[in-house]
Design a protein around this ligand. Structure first.
Ligand SMILES: [Zn+2]
Length: 276
């Protein structure tokens, strides 16, 4: 499932091809993409909009139009936003929507599992929508040890569960939480409220380093994630613990173990990431 580094990679690739472009024609083939809104109605509303900016908030792509409206895209499990230059074929499997741009190129939305969503948001409605669902961004200057400590204080849930909650920090998921906790040498099972000040500082740095690594490698392609040009990310080759059960810890050589936290497969080093 795409997390912050994957969505940020898509954003960086889409920005130069979308900003300034007008949506000439929009076709939405799947009612699940826009429900409860009618897909034909959303397509008609999007037609004629001109893109002012392509931003990201957590795992959401935020396409801002000059009109003040916003198209909020969430890729969920298997969504891909592909960009086909003018003249290139757009005949892809599992296509759910296509946008013809005014330079002759196309944006194609593909989604095998069909959990992704497109939400057209009217001016002024975006911030209330996102604020109700998301905590702060875990990259950038506002992400400090102090802000993270405030989010974790008093929470008896395992730190991994607390970090998967999008209201703690926006954009982390199963992969990058495991990678961040390994970097910080913190057990995924440790109650969030029991982290000492040094551990919170280490966790803040670990989160930042794990996400930076993911962005530098254009995200992780396990199955479905693709960049807008169809290419894969390479972060999967750099995982320290995620999916590496039984392999030696890159730091101490102890075999990586797998457990479940918050219902999710969780990988960690039992020697480096002790819970006591
Ligand atoms: Zn280790």
């Amino acid at each position: 499932m795409p997390e912050l580094p994957e969505v940020e990679t898509v954003r960086r690739r889409l920005e130069p091809v979308l900003v300034g472009r007008r949506f000439e024609h929009v076709e939405i083939d799947d009612a699940r993409l826009t429900r409860p809104a009618d897909p034909a109605e959303v397509a008609a509303e999007l037609t004629g909009e001109r893109v002012e900016a392509v931003e990201r908030r957590g795992k959401y792509l935020v396409v801002r139009f000059e009109s003040g409206r916003v198209l909020l895209i969430h890729l969920r499990m298997t969504g891909n936003v592909l960009h086909a230059p003018a003249g290139a074929p757009v005949d892809v499997s599992h296509r759910r929507a296509v946008v013809n741009l005014d330079d002759g190129s196309d944006v194609v939305y593909r989604d095998v599992r069909r959990f992704g969503t497109w939400l057209l948001v009217e001016p002024g409605d975006l911030n209330p929508y996102l604020t109700a669902r998301l905590g702060g961004e875990p990259i950038g200057r506002t992400f400090t040890t102090k802000s993270l400590a405030a989010k974790l204080a008093g929470r008896k849930a395992p730190v991994k569960a607390a970090l998967l909650d999008q209201r703690t920090l926006a954009g982390l998921g199963n992969i990058y939480v495991d990678e961040a906790l390994w970097r910080a040498r913190i057990s995924p099972l440790k109650p969030a409220r029991d982290l000492g000040p040094e551990q919170v500082k280490g966790l803040r740095d670990g989160i930042k380093r794990a996400l930076d690594a993911g962005i530098a490698r254009q995200g992780a392609t396990l199955r479905d994630y693709r960049q807008p040009d169809g290419s894969r990310g390479s972060m999967q080759d750099e995982f320290k613990v995620y999916g590496r059960g039984g392999e030696p810890c890159p730091r101490c050589g102890t075999p990586i173990e797998k457990t479940r936290v918050a219902g999710r497969g969780t990988w960690y080093c039992p020697a480096c990431q002790r819970s006591d």
